[in-house]
Write a protein that binds this ligand. Structure first.
Ligand SMILES: Nc1ncnc2c1ncn2[C@@H]1O[C@H](COP(=O)(O)OP(=O)(O)OP(=O)(O)O)[C@@H](O)[C@H]1O
Ligand SMILES: [Mg+2]
Length: 238
């Protein structure tokens, strides 16, 4: 496994006076799949939004992408550098068709042969290809999740940030998302996923972190965490 593609050092995030993330440090190595687990309201979405500088979050601490600081970068600049985002709840547009979601987000990859483009997404996910002219928000939950992932992939990122991909989708679609994550790292895309769903996180990730009240309370291999029922119970209540 290579060097860090994403490194977060001592991150503190605030909504106004509310101090949500506290001294969070984590690393995603190149071509690694990392999951951050946590129950409701523990700060998972805030972590991804802080990396992307979304919304009105005040962020202190360092975010490094391939060794380069993102501290002063704007959201669109961060996206252009190669960080893609699949938001919680998908955030699709009722006024855009399935196809238009992909066309709007498409940014050619370095290699035409290996790039993610709308046609490649449609080949991989025939169920949304069949509905390419339909409004994105008219799809089922699983199809919207797939479209949101497709929209992120056609920007041809180096790392994919996914916020609770298990939410609102069937176990069948969950299995496909897990398979896809494994394929993506084989094809050069690193993954950082935030999740409540322990099983999905453990099946996707090689390493996990656990957030409780905005702090990292556990860091280890997915294998160790799977065996550590006591920590699972203590930190996730399962
Ligand atoms: N825009 C906001 N303004 C103020 N407080 C917020 C805002 N968004 C989130 N919070 C608070 O920050 C904390 C962390 O929220 P966050 O959405 O990051 O949690 P989460 O782990 O993603 O939860 P979930 O599993 O429900 O998605 C919570 O206490 C939440 O109420
Ligand atoms: Mg969330």
């Amino acid at each position: 496994m290579g060097e860090a593609i994403l490194k977060i050092n001592n991150l503190n995030s605030y909504y106004g006076k509310s101090h949500v993330l506290q001294e969070v440090s984590l690393t995603v190595n190149s071509l690694e799949r990392v999951a951050v687990l946590g129950r409701n309201g523990m700060g998972k979405s805030t972590l991804l939004k802080s990396i992307l500088r979304l919304q009105d979050i005040k962020v202190e601490g360092d975010v490094l992408f391939k060794g380069e600081t993102l501290n002063q970068a704007k959201t669109y600049e961060i996206a252009k550098k190669g960080i893609a985002y699949v938001p919680q709840g998908w955030l699709l547009f009722p006024s855009l068709s399935v196809e238009e979601h992909l066309l709007v987000a498409y940014r050619p990859g370095k290699s035409k042969a290996k790039e993610w483009n709308p046609e490649r997404i449609f080949e991989l996910f025939p169920e949304i290809a069949a509905r390419r002219k339909v409004s994105g928000t008219k799809l089922s939950g699983g199809e919207q999740q797939i479209l949101a992932i497709g929209r992120a992939l056609v920007s041809n990122p180096e790392i994919l940030l996914m916020d609770e991909p298990s939410e609102g989708i069937s176990t069948m679609v969950i299995d496909r998302v897990i398979d896809l994550c494994h394929q993506l790292t084989e094809q050069g895309i690193s993954i950082l996923i935030v999740e409540q769903n322990l099983e999905l996180a453990l099946r996707v990730a090689q390493r996990v972190y656990v957030l409780v009240n905005g702090r990292i309370v556990y860091e280890g291999t997915a294998e160790d965490f799977r065996a550590d029922k006591e920590s699972q119970h203590q930190f996730l209540g399962v």
